[in-house]
Design a protein around this ligand. Sequence first.
Ligand SMILES: Nc1ncnc2c1ncn2[C@@H]1O[C@H](COP(=O)(O)OP(=O)(O)O)[C@@H](O)[C@H]1O
Ligand SMILES: Cc1ncsc1CCOP(=O)(O)O
Ligand SMILES: [Mg+2]
Length: 269
Amino acid sequence: MDWKLWDRIAETHPLIHQLTNVVTVNDCANITLACGASPVMADAPEEAAEMAAASDAVVINIGTLRQDQLDAMARAGESANKHGVPVVLDPVGAGATRLRLEAVDRLLKRVKFSVIRGNSSEIGTLCGRRSGRGVDANLDDLDSLLPSIRNLAKELQTVIAVSGPVDYVTDGKQEAYVENGTPLLTRVTGTGCMLTAVVGCCLGAGIDPFRSAILSLAAVGIAGEKAKASLSEGEGIGTFRIRFFDEMSRMNGETLEQAGKVKLLEKSV
Ligand SMILES: Nc1ncnc2c1ncn2[C@@H]1O[C@H](COP(=O)(O)OP(=O)(O)O)[C@@H](O)[C@H]1O
Ligand SMILES: Cc1ncsc1CCOP(=O)(O)O
Ligand SMILES: [Mg+2]
């Protein structure tokens, strides 16, 4: 694994157009800056296509979806595809309601995504096993879904990244497991959304989708581990959240090389 690829983000300072949710929009903008990229949040249908065309990557996150926003997402995604700008999807709570399920279906029909990043419930839903109450993961037997995930990645010609206790990445041919992280990351809202924004930063820096997903999962996981290790007695998740940002702003290829726990496998489906 070429961990030094990470440093391309700060070197190229890509512009990352994000259409995201009202819960985590500020965190997504700040994590983008922490990685060395530049965020722009723009989800009005009137400007979405123009902004996407002028960006280095587009992040689409359906966390607090409205109909007009879905229109903007489709327009941004189509414009990005037309101009060769990579797009990443975070299908937040895809299985929770019909609106989200139909939105994902519509987006997948209209937009080619370089990466789809979700938790096990969200990716399980995309594979036809609808699950999830709300936005958090509640699907445990990911292993039984791996063949469907590989097939979906192949069918959509995308990279699918499933986050969880151990993260899984596949493009249908290659696959990888990332073992960095801490359960504390699930106690702060937005760590998944930020992870997807980080994937956008890697893509915007010109890193290929498979490695963008691995680097992002490792970076967020390592930042979580270091933030946790820095906590003193009496410090809790508020401090953890701040330290997580600190660690992300210090992340570089060298730290990833030292702390990244990745197993790369070859697979032919
Ligand atoms: N039980 C866990 N142990 C360690 N890391 C975890 C665990 N659950 C999630 N993570 C990490 O937390 C980050 C956010 O992932 P996740 O919680 O699955 O996303 P979401 O917030 O979209 O549900 C990822 O980097 C993932 O690896
Ligand atoms: C709580 C919540 N509700 C709608 S979007 C959202 C944030 C989800 O963020 P994440 O998937 O990163 O935990
Ligand atoms: Mg999420």
